[in-house]
Design a protein around this ligand. Structure first.
Ligand SMILES: NC(=O)c1ccc[n+]([C@@H]2O[C@H](COP(=O)([O-])OP(=O)(O)OC[C@H]3O[C@@H](n4cnc5c(N)ncnc54)[C@H](OP(=O)(O)O)[C@@H]3O)[C@@H](O)[C@H]2O)c1
Length: 343
């Protein structure tokens, strides 16, 4: 090969290497910039920006919020903190006495209108949806909180999950949530249009749905379903001035989680709901997800780290999650054994 040809071959080889190196560099810069920007946005959401004003949803203007699973835990706090923002309420759960007690508290404290509806959402019966329709008919509803949810009583292999538990989880977390939304959302659209305000639909998701969660497979699948459905609905209702958000939560102290003591990673319902309502419309820890919020600060950082390291669908995340829930199952079975011996 002549010297000139050798020289040209080397030059074109170098060009290819240069292009490759520059592409890798540009990709790295793009990735790093995206990461830094989304971290900055997360920090601004969590620690810098002021709380979102609920005036746009008709606060103190006689508007209504509907809360499912309102008599305990997170739902009870949604009711309290919406009442504090001047919303009248329709409260739904199974236990009338608990609903009446909450009604008395909120009417006394905030001078608002409260209707209560005691029904078993797991029934998935037409009479349930009719009762919700009749209670809400004619009310200027601007907010729906799809809070009601059921998980497994303890972590359990899918193949050993009892049929009733499986059916109740799917019915409450998915079918009934969708049907209730079909009843209430048209009222929200109508109120938003007629009162020139915005509407809001919040649905409670979970880290159990964010990450595929072995030993909570049915619950995990049902909450993952809500992620897809809620984001799709957000796209549909955007043009009708209704904000739709999936709210992601790691553990919160409640009857469902069976955790009583708060910690850095586990807020109580009041702290969790305060963070949610302060940040409605922002992503917080769910930077990469449209119409989704991970509002509590430690959950948000945890979500961000998982998403930007191992990823939610990785084998590693799945394995860690499996070990975590296996140890909870072992402890729960031992506790049940001790209790059985006492009787
Ligand atoms: N706590 C957590 O760690 C956590 C974490 C992530 C996501 N979440 C989600 O947050 C939501 C609320 O959970 P939570 O911990 O606050 O639960 P909770 O303390 O057990 O409260 C559940 C509420 O729903 C009502 N309810 C339960 N089953 C019902 C049914 N079949 N029909 C009508 N009402 C029913 C309960 O009242 P009655 O018993 O009177 O019916 C109660 O008011 C759920 O969607 C859950 O998946 C919770």
């Amino acid at each position: 090969m002549s010297f000139t040809r050798q020289f040209n071959a080397l030059r074109s080889e170098n060009k290819v290497t240069d292009v490759l190196l520059w592409s890798v560099f540009a990709l790295g810069v793009l990735k790093a910039t995206t990461l830094v920007l989304s971290l900055a946005s997360l920090i601004a959401d969590l620690f810098v920006l002021p709380g979102v004003s609920f005036k746009k949803y008709g606060a103190y203007k006689g508007k209504y919020g509907v809360v499912t699973g309102a008599s305990d835990g997170i739902g009870k706090e949604y009711a309290r903190q919406l009442a504090k923002r001047g919303f009248n309420l329709v409260l739904i759960s199974r236990t009338l006495s608990k609903l009446e007690a909450l009604k008395e508290e909120l009417v006394g404290k905030y001078k608002i209108e409260v209707s209560v509806l005691a029904l078993d959402i797991a029934d998935d019966s037409e009479s349930n949806y009719k009762a919700i329709q009749e209670t809400c008919e004619g009310l200027p509803v601007t907010i729906l909180v799809n809070n009601v949810g059921q998980s497994h009583s303890i972590p359990v292999p899918f193949l050993e999950t009892e049929e009733k538990e499986l059916r109740d989880i799917i019915t409450i977390n998915t079918t009934a949530t969708l049907r209730i939304t079909q009843v209430v959302a048209p009222l929200i659209v109508k109120t938003a249009r007629e009162s020139h305000c915005r509407g809001l639909i919040l649905s409670m998701g979970s880290f159990g749905g964010l990450l595929p969660t072995p030993l909570l497979a049915t619950y995990s699948g049902s909450k993952a379903f809500l992620q897809g459905w809620s984001a799709a609905l957000a796209g549909e209702l955007k043009s009708q001035n209704v904000d739709v958000e999936l709210v992601l939560s790691y553990l919160v102290t409640s009857a469902m989680s069976k955790i009583r003591r708060t910690s850095m990673m586990i807020p109580n319902p009041a702290q969790f709901v305060a963070a949610t309502l302060k940040n409605v419309g922002r992503r917080c820890g769910a930077q990469e997800r449209y119409a989704t919020i991970t509002p509590y600060w430690s959950h948000a950082l945890y979500h961000f780290v998982i998403e930007n390291t191992v990823g939610v669908y990785s084998k590693l995340a799945n394995g860690i999650n499996y070990s975590f829930h296996k140890s909870i199952r072992v402890r729960a079975l031992k506790k049940a054994e001790r209790q059985a011996k006492k009787q």
